[in-house]
Design a protein around this ligand. Structure first.
Ligand code: ZN
Ligand code: ZN
Length: 455
Protein backbone atom coordinates (compact mmCIF):
# COMPACT_ATOMS: atom_id res chain seq x y z
CA UNK A 1 0.00 0.00 0.00
CA UNK A 2 1.11 3.57 -0.65
CA UNK A 3 2.71 5.43 2.20
CA UNK A 4 0.25 7.13 4.53
CA UNK A 5 -0.64 10.80 4.29
CA UNK A 6 -0.57 10.98 8.08
CA UNK A 7 0.79 8.61 10.67
CA UNK A 8 0.76 8.97 14.45
CA UNK A 9 1.77 6.77 17.31
CA UNK A 10 0.31 7.30 20.76
CA UNK A 11 1.68 5.35 23.68
CA UNK A 12 1.49 5.22 27.40
CA UNK A 13 1.40 3.15 30.54
CA UNK A 14 -1.74 2.53 32.56
CA UNK A 15 -2.34 1.24 36.05
CA UNK A 16 -5.46 0.09 37.89
CA UNK A 17 -6.17 3.74 38.75
CA UNK A 18 -6.71 4.39 35.03
CA UNK A 19 -9.65 1.93 34.88
CA UNK A 20 -12.99 3.28 33.66
CA UNK A 21 -11.65 6.28 31.76
CA UNK A 22 -12.06 7.60 28.24
CA UNK A 23 -8.56 8.34 26.89
CA UNK A 24 -8.72 10.62 23.90
CA UNK A 25 -6.08 10.59 21.19
CA UNK A 26 -6.74 13.37 18.69
CA UNK A 27 -5.27 13.74 15.25
CA UNK A 28 -5.96 15.86 12.20
CA UNK A 29 -7.20 14.09 9.08
CA UNK A 30 -6.28 16.03 5.93
CA UNK A 31 -8.33 16.27 2.73
CA UNK A 32 -8.23 13.31 0.37
CA UNK A 33 -8.14 10.46 2.90
CA UNK A 34 -9.81 7.25 1.67
CA UNK A 35 -8.67 4.73 4.21
CA UNK A 36 -8.01 4.89 7.94
CA UNK A 37 -6.10 2.17 9.77
CA UNK A 38 -5.70 1.78 13.51
CA UNK A 39 -3.77 -0.71 15.55
CA UNK A 40 -3.99 -0.90 19.33
CA UNK A 41 -1.71 -3.25 21.20
CA UNK A 42 -1.32 -3.58 24.93
CA UNK A 43 0.39 -5.79 27.46
CA UNK A 44 -0.01 -7.66 29.61
CA UNK A 45 -3.31 -9.07 28.37
CA UNK A 46 -3.90 -11.00 31.58
CA UNK A 47 -3.04 -10.54 35.21
CA UNK A 48 -3.80 -13.44 37.56
CA UNK A 49 -5.80 -15.06 34.76
CA UNK A 50 -8.09 -12.05 34.30
CA UNK A 51 -7.90 -9.99 31.14
CA UNK A 52 -7.21 -6.29 31.07
CA UNK A 53 -9.87 -4.83 28.84
CA UNK A 54 -9.16 -1.87 26.59
CA UNK A 55 -11.38 -1.16 23.59
CA UNK A 56 -11.48 1.51 20.91
CA UNK A 57 -14.15 4.05 19.99
CA UNK A 58 -13.74 6.31 16.97
CA UNK A 59 -15.20 9.80 16.52
CA UNK A 60 -14.99 11.86 13.34
CA UNK A 61 -15.60 15.64 13.43
CA UNK A 62 -19.37 15.01 13.29
CA UNK A 63 -19.73 12.22 15.89
CA UNK A 64 -19.43 8.49 16.50
CA UNK A 65 -17.94 6.18 13.89
CA UNK A 66 -18.44 3.08 15.97
CA UNK A 67 -16.58 0.99 18.49
CA UNK A 68 -14.89 -2.39 18.70
CA UNK A 69 -16.09 -3.78 22.01
CA UNK A 70 -14.23 -7.08 22.15
CA UNK A 71 -11.42 -8.76 24.06
CA UNK A 72 -7.85 -9.45 22.99
CA UNK A 73 -4.58 -7.52 23.25
CA UNK A 74 -4.46 -6.47 19.61
CA UNK A 75 -7.23 -4.50 17.90
CA UNK A 76 -6.86 -3.79 14.19
CA UNK A 77 -9.36 -1.48 12.54
CA UNK A 78 -9.85 -0.11 9.05
CA UNK A 79 -12.50 2.32 7.85
CA UNK A 80 -13.18 3.38 4.25
CA UNK A 81 -16.10 4.98 2.49
CA UNK A 82 -17.78 1.65 1.77
CA UNK A 83 -16.53 -0.84 4.31
CA UNK A 84 -15.09 -1.15 7.79
CA UNK A 85 -14.07 -3.62 10.45
CA UNK A 86 -17.31 -4.83 12.07
CA UNK A 87 -18.30 -2.42 14.83
CA UNK A 88 -17.12 0.63 12.89
CA UNK A 89 -19.17 2.69 10.47
CA UNK A 90 -18.13 3.06 6.83
CA UNK A 91 -18.52 6.46 5.19
CA UNK A 92 -16.58 9.45 3.92
CA UNK A 93 -13.40 10.17 5.88
CA UNK A 94 -13.95 13.86 6.27
CA UNK A 95 -11.10 16.21 7.00
CA UNK A 96 -10.80 17.60 10.49
CA UNK A 97 -10.07 16.52 14.03
CA UNK A 98 -10.73 12.84 14.72
CA UNK A 99 -10.62 11.26 18.16
CA UNK A 100 -9.48 7.71 18.74
CA UNK A 101 -10.65 6.89 22.23
CA UNK A 102 -9.22 4.10 24.33
CA UNK A 103 -11.93 2.92 26.73
CA UNK A 104 -10.32 1.41 29.80
CA UNK A 105 -13.02 -1.00 30.98
CA UNK A 106 -10.61 -2.82 33.30
CA UNK A 107 -6.96 -2.60 34.22
CA UNK A 108 -6.04 -5.13 36.84
CA UNK A 109 -3.97 -4.22 39.89
CA UNK A 110 -0.45 -5.50 39.41
CA UNK A 111 1.97 -4.97 36.56
CA UNK A 112 1.32 -1.75 34.62
CA UNK A 113 -0.28 -2.04 31.21
CA UNK A 114 1.75 -0.54 28.34
CA UNK A 115 -0.17 0.38 25.24
CA UNK A 116 0.64 1.60 21.77
CA UNK A 117 -1.89 3.00 19.32
CA UNK A 118 -0.87 3.50 15.71
CA UNK A 119 -3.01 5.62 13.41
CA UNK A 120 -2.45 5.85 9.66
CA UNK A 121 -4.52 7.73 7.06
CA UNK A 122 -4.12 6.85 3.38
CA UNK A 123 -5.19 8.51 0.16
CA UNK A 124 -6.76 6.25 -2.44
CA UNK A 125 -7.33 5.53 -6.08
CA UNK A 126 -10.99 6.50 -5.76
CA UNK A 127 -11.87 3.20 -7.40
CA UNK A 128 -13.32 1.39 -4.41
CA UNK A 129 -16.89 0.26 -4.93
CA UNK A 130 -19.52 -0.72 -2.37
CA UNK A 131 -19.28 -4.38 -1.39
CA UNK A 132 -23.04 -4.74 -1.73
CA UNK A 133 -25.51 -2.20 -2.99
CA UNK A 134 -27.66 -0.74 -0.22
CA UNK A 135 -31.10 -2.29 -0.37
CA UNK A 136 -34.34 -0.88 0.88
CA UNK A 137 -36.77 -3.76 0.79
CA UNK A 138 -39.51 -1.79 2.50
CA UNK A 139 -41.18 -4.97 3.66
CA UNK A 140 -43.14 -4.63 6.85
CA UNK A 141 -45.85 -7.20 7.18
CA UNK A 142 -48.45 -5.69 9.45
CA UNK A 143 -50.11 -8.85 10.56
CA UNK A 144 -52.66 -7.14 12.76
CA UNK A 145 -53.33 -7.43 16.50
CA UNK A 146 -51.96 -10.59 18.08
CA UNK A 147 -49.23 -12.32 20.06
CA UNK A 148 -45.69 -12.13 18.71
CA UNK A 149 -42.63 -13.86 20.10
CA UNK A 150 -39.12 -12.48 19.92
CA UNK A 151 -35.73 -11.70 21.38
CA UNK A 152 -34.70 -8.25 22.60
CA UNK A 153 -30.99 -8.70 23.28
CA UNK A 154 -28.45 -10.16 20.88
CA UNK A 155 -24.85 -9.47 19.73
CA UNK A 156 -23.00 -9.95 16.46
CA UNK A 157 -19.38 -9.64 15.31
CA UNK A 158 -19.94 -5.88 15.30
CA UNK A 159 -18.97 -6.20 18.97
CA UNK A 160 -17.99 -9.37 20.84
CA UNK A 161 -20.39 -11.81 19.14
CA UNK A 162 -19.01 -14.78 17.25
CA UNK A 163 -21.40 -14.69 14.32
CA UNK A 164 -22.48 -12.28 11.62
CA UNK A 165 -25.72 -10.34 11.52
CA UNK A 166 -26.89 -12.70 8.77
CA UNK A 167 -26.23 -15.76 10.94
CA UNK A 168 -27.99 -14.18 13.91
CA UNK A 169 -31.08 -13.50 11.82
CA UNK A 170 -31.00 -16.98 10.27
CA UNK A 171 -30.97 -18.51 13.75
CA UNK A 172 -33.94 -16.38 14.81
CA UNK A 173 -35.77 -17.64 11.74
CA UNK A 174 -34.85 -21.26 12.52
CA UNK A 175 -36.33 -20.71 16.00
CA UNK A 176 -39.48 -19.33 14.42
CA UNK A 177 -39.30 -15.97 16.14
CA UNK A 178 -41.50 -13.14 14.89
CA UNK A 179 -38.99 -10.43 15.78
CA UNK A 180 -35.34 -10.17 16.74
CA UNK A 181 -33.18 -7.31 17.93
CA UNK A 182 -29.52 -6.48 17.42
CA UNK A 183 -28.00 -4.74 20.44
CA UNK A 184 -24.26 -4.60 19.98
CA UNK A 185 -22.06 -2.98 22.59
CA UNK A 186 -21.75 0.79 22.07
CA UNK A 187 -22.15 0.67 18.30
CA UNK A 188 -24.90 0.65 15.70
CA UNK A 189 -22.69 -0.34 12.77
CA UNK A 190 -24.60 -3.62 12.26
CA UNK A 191 -28.04 -2.01 12.00
CA UNK A 192 -27.86 -1.21 8.27
CA UNK A 193 -27.49 -4.91 7.53
CA UNK A 194 -30.11 -5.76 10.14
CA UNK A 195 -32.61 -3.45 8.38
CA UNK A 196 -31.87 -5.16 5.07
CA UNK A 197 -32.82 -8.52 6.57
CA UNK A 198 -36.35 -7.67 7.66
CA UNK A 199 -38.66 -9.92 5.66
CA UNK A 200 -42.25 -10.96 5.60
CA UNK A 201 -41.75 -13.66 8.22
CA UNK A 202 -39.36 -11.86 10.58
CA UNK A 203 -39.17 -8.30 11.83
CA UNK A 204 -35.66 -7.08 12.65
CA UNK A 205 -35.33 -4.37 15.27
CA UNK A 206 -32.42 -2.07 15.95
CA UNK A 207 -30.74 -0.79 19.06
CA UNK A 208 -27.56 -1.00 21.06
CA UNK A 209 -26.36 -2.08 24.49
CA UNK A 210 -24.89 0.87 26.31
CA UNK A 211 -22.01 -0.91 27.95
CA UNK A 212 -20.97 1.53 30.63
CA UNK A 213 -18.43 0.97 33.37
CA UNK A 214 -21.10 0.70 36.10
CA UNK A 215 -23.95 -1.16 34.39
CA UNK A 216 -25.40 -2.15 31.01
CA UNK A 217 -28.64 -0.92 29.47
CA UNK A 218 -30.43 -1.51 26.16
CA UNK A 219 -31.56 1.31 23.90
CA UNK A 220 -34.20 -0.52 21.88
CA UNK A 221 -35.52 1.11 18.75
CA UNK A 222 -32.91 3.87 18.70
CA UNK A 223 -31.16 3.68 15.34
CA UNK A 224 -28.57 6.31 16.07
CA UNK A 225 -25.55 6.00 18.33
CA UNK A 226 -26.29 6.86 21.94
CA UNK A 227 -23.40 8.31 23.89
CA UNK A 228 -22.85 5.66 26.58
CA UNK A 229 -20.04 7.49 28.35
CA UNK A 230 -21.33 8.19 31.82
CA UNK A 231 -19.19 10.89 33.37
CA UNK A 232 -19.88 11.62 37.02
CA UNK A 233 -21.07 15.20 37.38
CA UNK A 234 -21.54 15.63 33.61
CA UNK A 235 -23.61 12.86 32.09
CA UNK A 236 -25.57 10.45 34.25
CA UNK A 237 -27.33 7.20 33.46
CA UNK A 238 -30.55 9.05 34.20
CA UNK A 239 -29.69 11.53 31.40
CA UNK A 240 -29.06 8.63 29.05
CA UNK A 241 -32.36 6.97 29.92
CA UNK A 242 -34.22 10.23 29.25
CA UNK A 243 -32.44 10.64 25.94
CA UNK A 244 -33.40 7.12 24.85
CA UNK A 245 -37.04 7.63 25.82
CA UNK A 246 -37.22 11.06 24.18
CA UNK A 247 -35.85 9.52 20.98
CA UNK A 248 -38.84 7.17 20.94
CA UNK A 249 -36.83 4.20 22.18
CA UNK A 250 -37.23 1.87 25.13
CA UNK A 251 -34.60 1.95 27.88
CA UNK A 252 -34.03 -1.41 29.57
CA UNK A 253 -31.80 -2.09 32.58
CA UNK A 254 -29.92 -5.21 31.43
CA UNK A 255 -28.92 -8.19 33.63
CA UNK A 256 -28.74 -6.06 36.81
CA UNK A 257 -27.38 -8.87 38.99
CA UNK A 258 -24.71 -10.26 36.67
CA UNK A 259 -21.34 -10.63 38.33
CA UNK A 260 -19.38 -7.41 37.82
CA UNK A 261 -15.67 -6.61 37.77
CA UNK A 262 -13.37 -8.28 37.19
CA UNK A 263 -15.25 -11.29 35.72
CA UNK A 264 -17.67 -9.28 33.63
CA UNK A 265 -16.55 -5.68 33.48
CA UNK A 266 -19.31 -3.25 34.35
CA UNK A 267 -22.01 -5.94 34.04
CA UNK A 268 -23.74 -5.45 37.42
CA UNK A 269 -26.05 -2.50 37.87
CA UNK A 270 -24.50 -0.02 40.30
CA UNK A 271 -26.40 3.18 39.62
CA UNK A 272 -27.83 4.03 43.04
CA UNK A 273 -30.03 6.77 41.55
CA UNK A 274 -31.44 4.31 39.01
CA UNK A 275 -33.05 1.78 41.32
CA UNK A 276 -34.98 2.03 39.08
CA UNK A 277 -34.98 5.84 38.71
CA UNK A 278 -36.58 6.80 35.40
CA UNK A 279 -36.21 3.28 33.98
CA UNK A 280 -39.50 1.50 33.27
CA UNK A 281 -38.26 -1.88 32.03
CA UNK A 282 -35.80 -4.30 33.62
CA UNK A 283 -34.39 -7.44 32.04
CA UNK A 284 -34.90 -10.15 34.64
CA UNK A 285 -34.27 -13.15 32.39
CA UNK A 286 -30.89 -12.89 30.68
CA UNK A 287 -29.60 -15.92 28.75
CA UNK A 288 -30.37 -19.30 30.24
CA UNK A 289 -32.45 -19.11 33.44
CA UNK A 290 -29.79 -21.02 35.37
CA UNK A 291 -26.83 -19.25 33.73
CA UNK A 292 -24.31 -16.78 35.19
CA UNK A 293 -26.61 -13.77 35.19
CA UNK A 294 -28.20 -14.45 38.61
CA UNK A 295 -31.69 -14.13 37.13
CA UNK A 296 -33.32 -15.18 40.39
CA UNK A 297 -31.71 -12.18 42.08
CA UNK A 298 -32.75 -9.91 39.21
CA UNK A 299 -36.36 -11.00 39.77
CA UNK A 300 -35.96 -10.31 43.50
CA UNK A 301 -34.71 -6.80 42.71
CA UNK A 302 -37.68 -6.20 40.42
CA UNK A 303 -40.06 -7.53 43.10
CA UNK A 304 -38.55 -5.10 45.63
CA UNK A 305 -39.52 -2.28 43.27
CA UNK A 306 -43.04 -3.68 42.87
CA UNK A 307 -43.24 -3.88 46.66
CA UNK A 308 -42.62 -0.12 46.72
CA UNK A 309 -45.60 0.29 44.42
CA UNK A 310 -43.55 1.25 41.36
CA UNK A 311 -44.98 0.51 37.95
CA UNK A 312 -42.03 -1.17 36.27
CA UNK A 313 -42.23 -4.10 33.87
CA UNK A 314 -39.89 -6.95 32.95
CA UNK A 315 -38.29 -8.24 29.78
CA UNK A 316 -36.18 -11.20 28.69
CA UNK A 317 -33.18 -11.35 26.39
CA UNK A 318 -31.05 -14.24 25.17
CA UNK A 319 -27.92 -12.02 25.14
CA UNK A 320 -26.76 -14.57 22.56
CA UNK A 321 -23.28 -14.04 21.13
CA UNK A 322 -23.57 -17.17 18.95
CA UNK A 323 -26.07 -19.98 18.35
CA UNK A 324 -27.08 -21.57 21.65
CA UNK A 325 -27.35 -25.36 21.99
CA UNK A 326 -30.98 -26.55 21.82
CA UNK A 327 -30.96 -27.83 25.41
CA UNK A 328 -30.37 -24.30 26.77
CA UNK A 329 -33.75 -22.83 27.68
CA UNK A 330 -33.80 -19.16 26.83
CA UNK A 331 -36.49 -16.69 27.80
CA UNK A 332 -38.34 -14.95 25.03
CA UNK A 333 -40.78 -12.04 25.09
CA UNK A 334 -44.29 -12.90 23.96
CA UNK A 335 -45.89 -9.59 23.16
CA UNK A 336 -49.44 -8.55 22.42
CA UNK A 337 -49.07 -5.84 19.77
CA UNK A 338 -51.41 -4.07 17.39
CA UNK A 339 -49.20 -5.04 14.50
CA UNK A 340 -45.78 -6.50 13.79
CA UNK A 341 -43.82 -3.29 13.48
CA UNK A 342 -40.90 -2.04 15.53
CA UNK A 343 -42.97 0.80 16.94
CA UNK A 344 -45.86 -1.36 18.06
CA UNK A 345 -43.70 -4.16 19.46
CA UNK A 346 -41.62 -1.74 21.52
CA UNK A 347 -44.69 0.17 22.67
CA UNK A 348 -46.10 -3.12 23.98
CA UNK A 349 -42.79 -4.00 25.67
CA UNK A 350 -42.67 -0.61 27.42
CA UNK A 351 -46.27 -1.02 28.59
CA UNK A 352 -45.90 -4.62 29.79
CA UNK A 353 -48.31 -6.09 27.28
CA UNK A 354 -46.15 -9.18 27.30
CA UNK A 355 -45.05 -12.24 29.20
CA UNK A 356 -41.67 -13.94 29.41
CA UNK A 357 -41.46 -17.58 28.44
CA UNK A 358 -39.21 -20.44 27.44
CA UNK A 359 -42.16 -22.14 25.76
CA UNK A 360 -45.47 -22.21 27.66
CA UNK A 361 -48.26 -19.75 26.99
CA UNK A 362 -49.30 -17.67 29.97
CA UNK A 363 -51.88 -14.94 29.56
CA UNK A 364 -53.16 -12.77 32.39
CA UNK A 365 -56.27 -10.72 31.64
CA UNK A 366 -58.94 -8.88 33.58
CA UNK A 367 -62.49 -7.85 32.88
CA UNK A 368 -63.11 -4.17 33.50
CA UNK A 369 -66.40 -2.83 34.93
CA UNK A 370 -67.22 -1.46 31.46
CA UNK A 371 -66.89 -4.94 29.97
CA UNK A 372 -63.60 -4.23 28.20
CA UNK A 373 -60.72 -6.61 28.58
CA UNK A 374 -57.47 -5.50 30.21
CA UNK A 375 -54.20 -7.35 30.32
CA UNK A 376 -50.80 -7.39 31.98
CA UNK A 377 -49.21 -3.95 31.97
CA UNK A 378 -52.57 -2.19 32.23
CA UNK A 379 -53.69 0.00 35.10
CA UNK A 380 -57.06 -1.09 36.46
CA UNK A 381 -59.66 0.78 38.47
CA UNK A 382 -59.71 -0.22 42.15
CA UNK A 383 -62.96 -2.15 41.87
CA UNK A 384 -61.72 -4.41 39.06
CA UNK A 385 -60.08 -7.25 40.96
CA UNK A 386 -61.18 -10.34 39.04
CA UNK A 387 -58.41 -11.79 36.91
CA UNK A 388 -58.20 -14.71 34.53
CA UNK A 389 -55.03 -16.67 33.96
CA UNK A 390 -54.81 -19.07 31.04
CA UNK A 391 -51.87 -21.33 30.31
CA UNK A 392 -50.91 -23.98 27.79
CA UNK A 393 -47.95 -26.19 26.97
CA UNK A 394 -46.67 -26.36 30.54
CA UNK A 395 -45.00 -29.48 31.88
CA UNK A 396 -47.48 -31.57 33.84
CA UNK A 397 -45.64 -31.02 37.12
CA UNK A 398 -45.43 -27.24 36.84
CA UNK A 399 -46.63 -24.89 39.59
CA UNK A 400 -48.26 -21.48 39.37
CA UNK A 401 -47.25 -18.86 41.89
CA UNK A 402 -49.26 -15.75 42.46
CA UNK A 403 -47.17 -12.67 43.31
CA UNK A 404 -48.95 -9.66 44.81
CA UNK A 405 -46.97 -6.45 45.37
CA UNK A 406 -43.74 -8.37 44.84
CA UNK A 407 -44.52 -11.13 47.37
CA UNK A 408 -45.65 -14.75 46.91
CA UNK A 409 -49.12 -15.19 48.30
CA UNK A 410 -50.52 -18.37 46.77
CA UNK A 411 -49.43 -21.38 44.80
CA UNK A 412 -51.13 -24.19 42.95
CA UNK A 413 -50.20 -27.06 40.65
CA UNK A 414 -50.71 -26.27 37.02
CA UNK A 415 -51.17 -29.31 34.83
CA UNK A 416 -50.28 -28.86 31.20
CA UNK A 417 -53.03 -26.36 30.48
CA UNK A 418 -55.88 -24.67 32.26
CA UNK A 419 -57.54 -21.58 33.57
CA UNK A 420 -57.38 -19.96 37.01
CA UNK A 421 -59.97 -17.38 38.02
CA UNK A 422 -58.53 -15.09 40.65
CA UNK A 423 -60.05 -12.41 42.82
CA UNK A 424 -57.29 -10.32 44.34
CA UNK A 425 -59.62 -7.86 46.06
CA UNK A 426 -58.65 -8.95 49.57
CA UNK A 427 -55.04 -7.78 49.16
CA UNK A 428 -55.74 -4.18 48.06
CA UNK A 429 -52.94 -4.88 45.64
CA UNK A 430 -51.00 -2.38 43.61
CA UNK A 431 -49.62 -5.09 41.34
CA UNK A 432 -50.22 -8.75 40.65
CA UNK A 433 -48.44 -11.24 38.40
CA UNK A 434 -48.09 -14.99 38.03
CA UNK A 435 -45.01 -17.20 37.67
CA UNK A 436 -44.98 -20.65 36.12
CA UNK A 437 -42.21 -22.73 37.70
CA UNK A 438 -40.92 -26.23 36.94
CA UNK A 439 -40.65 -28.88 39.65
CA UNK A 440 -36.98 -27.94 40.06
CA UNK A 441 -38.10 -24.36 40.66
CA UNK A 442 -36.80 -22.98 37.37
CA UNK A 443 -38.86 -20.26 35.79
CA UNK A 444 -40.72 -21.51 32.71
CA UNK A 445 -42.82 -18.39 32.16
CA UNK A 446 -43.89 -15.23 33.96
CA UNK A 447 -46.53 -12.63 33.24
CA UNK A 448 -45.99 -8.93 33.55
CA UNK A 449 -48.06 -7.33 36.33
CA UNK A 450 -51.51 -5.90 36.23
CA UNK A 451 -51.42 -2.63 38.17
CA UNK A 452 -53.78 -0.65 40.40
CA UNK A 453 -53.41 2.82 41.83
CA UNK A 454 -52.80 2.97 45.57
CA UNK A 455 -56.09 3.31 47.41
ZN1 ZN B 1 -24.41 -6.68 28.98
ZN1 ZN C 1 -25.46 -8.09 25.95
Amino acid sequence: MASPLVRHTFEGTLTADDSKRYLNNAFEVPDGVERLELKLEFAPLRVSGIGNMLTLSVYDPAGSRGAGHRGGAEHRVFITRYSATPGYVPGPLSAGLWLIEIDTHLIMPGPPCDYQLEVAAYGGSGNEAPSWPPTHPGIRLRRGPGWYRGDLHRHSDHSDGHWTVDDLVAWARANRLDFVTLTDHNTISGLARMDDLTADDLLTIGGSEMTTYWGHALALGVHRWVDWRVQPGKRSMRDIASEVTESGGVFVIAHPKSPGDPDCTGCDWRYADMMPGNARVVEVWNGSWTGDSNNERAVALWYSWLEQGLRIVASAGSDAHEATPPNVRLGYNVVYANELTEREILEAIATGHSYLSSGPRLELTAEMPNGLLAMSGDLLPREATKLRLRWQLANGDARLRLVVDGRFVEEQTAGSSGEWMLDVGRWSARSCLVELRTRSDELAAMTNPIFWDAS
